[in-house]
Design a protein around this ligand. Sequence first.
Ligand code: NAD
Length: 346
Amino acid sequence: MKKKILVCGAGGFIGSHLVSKLKKEGSWVRGVDLKYPEYSKSTADEFVIGDLRDQMVVKKVLDQPFDEVYQLAADMGGAGYIFTGEHDADVMHNSATINLNIVSYGQKVGIKKIFYSSSACIYPEYNQLDSDNPKCSEESAYPAAPDSEYGWEKLFSERMYLAYYRNYGLEVRIARFHNIFGPEGTWNGGKEKAPAAICRKVAEAASGVNLAEIWTPSGVRRVPSLEIWGDGKQTRSFLYIDECLEGISRLMNSNFTGPVNIGSEEKISINELAQMAAKIAGLQELMINHISGPLGVRGRNSDNRLIKKELDWAPSQKLELGMTETFNWIKQQMAELQKKEMAKQN
Ligand code: NAD
């Protein structure tokens, strides 16, 4: 019998990739989102455009005891969206409402199992002040002190799903994602995250859009350049989308509830990430201009001891491989956009 699956947030980056994977595995999939995927057509059997803050919509999409529900819908974006404080009320209200609706209707209709996508943003700021030694083991989440309202909402929702597990026996699986990236992720417009933003900026620099003038004794030299928020010494790890999906699938098929980190342990500074993208682009030189901007914590890295213990697996792909895929995809997107703009002008 085909598994029946609901994917909430199926128009988003991870959700759209997840739908493709579940379809390839032979499941029947219904997707729901405010919008269709931006960069390719969804392969879902049914795709409902709807607002999951609305209980009527949630009732409509949760009309049967699905074998699996994946709850990925959230009001989110990169640092420019989460850390400026301008979207705090919307982020908290919208995502909490979605989670409250899904878990309560899901439990009532008798869904078999639900996956909830939490985030590394739940970890306390006080453990991430040193870029060389961030602490992100799962049990270090408390005493809680996330550095964003986005993180507080995720922590609240984790606890709510766990409460439904304890009180109603709802099978839940909770993962804390650490910076997932890859092709078909947002790459422009303000909601893009660091790897995509850096790939775009490096591709622009390589095409001669951003050139810095360097004065030398033999004259002025023009060098590809880009802007980075802060001093670029802040560290993160980034996980390629395919390994994220693998982790979700392994967690769903295990008996482990979580929360568990799904992330890479390959820590890198933002300056180094820019240099990596420059190397991929074939640039000999890159000038980095450090400007002020929203930053988040000083250092963050996945701690994969628990996932290895519980699932006997952890992500292992080198970051440069995923960055190469992502860079090539963004370059292609930029070329297509340029073509469209030129066609408009003619
Ligand atoms: P995304 O923004 O691409 O996808 C989220 C989707 O939710 C969007 O398509 C959006 O339209 C949809 N959505 C928002 N409000 C909705 C509403 N009211 N009704 C219906 N749909 C709504 O984000 P993503 O990168 O695919 O992330 C998926 C999940 O994983 C999110 O919950 C996110 O918080 C979590 N997460 C992601 C990362 C990451 O690095 N991408 C890291 C940690 C956690």
